[in-house]
Design a protein around this ligand. Structure first.
Ligand SMILES: [Zn+2]
Length: 155
């Protein structure tokens, strides 16, 4: 994945102004697609039930969105690139993220969360799974990493 594809365009000010004028989320979404056609990898219904703490964290975020009453949880947007906070040159991508998150969506990097091969819900990559194990989360995550939910693993 070439991260250059996701850098701020020269006309960023123009685009930011365009966003400010928009009243409908779908218009922002369409503009996002137009500006970064390679950015969104997939849109999932939510996280796998195997990792309930992911959904819990999302719920907490949705409850704490500034200037809004509790926002309804929407969908899980998987993107091909998420800039780390503080990285310069990816302001517009960050603005799109903020808008989606403040509307109840969750935005995750494909290198962290990917779709289950059976039901298409979000599962952690093996790398993220290992980090969670190292952090002492063994009690709340499945015993082994898999590319599909536990309920489908023994079929
Ligand atoms: Zn699944």
């Amino acid at each position: 994945m070439n991260t250059e594809d996701f850098k701020d365009p020269d006309n960023i000010d123009e685009i930011v102004n365009e966003i400010k004028e928009m009243k409908e989320l779908k218009d922002v979404y369409n503009l996002c697609w137009k500006t970064y056609p390679k950015w969104i990898h997939s849109i999932l219904e939510g996280y796998s039930e195997d990792y309930p703490h992911f959904t819990e964290n999302w719920k907490i975020i949705s409850k704490n969105i500034k200037n809004k009453n509790e926002v309804k949880m929407q969908r899980l947007i998987i993107v091909n690139y998420l800039p780390l906070s503080g990285v310069i040159g990816y302001k517009l991508i960050s603005i799109f993220c903020e808008i989606f998150v403040s509307s109840g969506f969750m935005v995750r990097d494909i290198n962290q969360i990917f779709p289950c091969s059976v039901c298409n819900k979000g599962l952690p990559t093996e790398h993220v799974y290992k980090l969670m194990k190292d952090e002492g989360m063994s009690d709340i995550i499945p015993e082994n990493w898999s590319n599909q939910c536990m309920k489908y693993s023994n079929v």
